[in-house]
Design a protein. Structure first.
Length: 125
């Protein structure tokens, strides 16, 4: 019997900033597990997840904020990012200063977010 080789793929939620995860989902049928590793360190440790844990990880990643920089942001430090993908899972739009990604986050109800965008457009800001 030949051991099945993992076929690694990079998660679609990985980014170019180095937060890259690879998984080998082809092993679910033969081994009942999903190996996960850091794509920057393919020879490093591998985390072995059950299929249920893998599904939970994917669901968590889908609920994580995906930050988008405002088209009105400039290179002079006036930068705002919003995570509108949280409306479905949390009922909010989160907003932060892109210069301070670990700083405070303002969470707005969708109607408050729409009002803020409307105000900014009308005010030309």
């Amino acid at each position: 019997m030949t051991a099945e080789t993992p076929h690694w793929f990079t998660s679609s939620y990985s980014e170019n900033g180095g937060a890259c995860v690879e998984a080998a989902t082809n092993l679910v049928t033969s081994r009942g597990v999903v190996p996960v590793r850091d794509s920057k360190n393919p020879n490093g440790p591998v985390l072995t997840l059950t299929p249920g844990a893998w599904t939970g990880l994917i669901q968590f990643a889908q609920q994580a904020p995906r930050w988008l920089k405002s088209s009105y942001s400039d290179n002079g430090g006036q930068c705002v990012e919003a995570a509108i993908n949280l409306i479905a899972s949390r009922g909010v739009v989160s907003v932060r200063d892109s210069k301070d990604p670990d700083g405070p986050v303002l969470s707005l109800a969708p109607d408050a977010w729409a009002g803020l965008i409307s105000f900014a457009r009308q005010a030309g800001i």
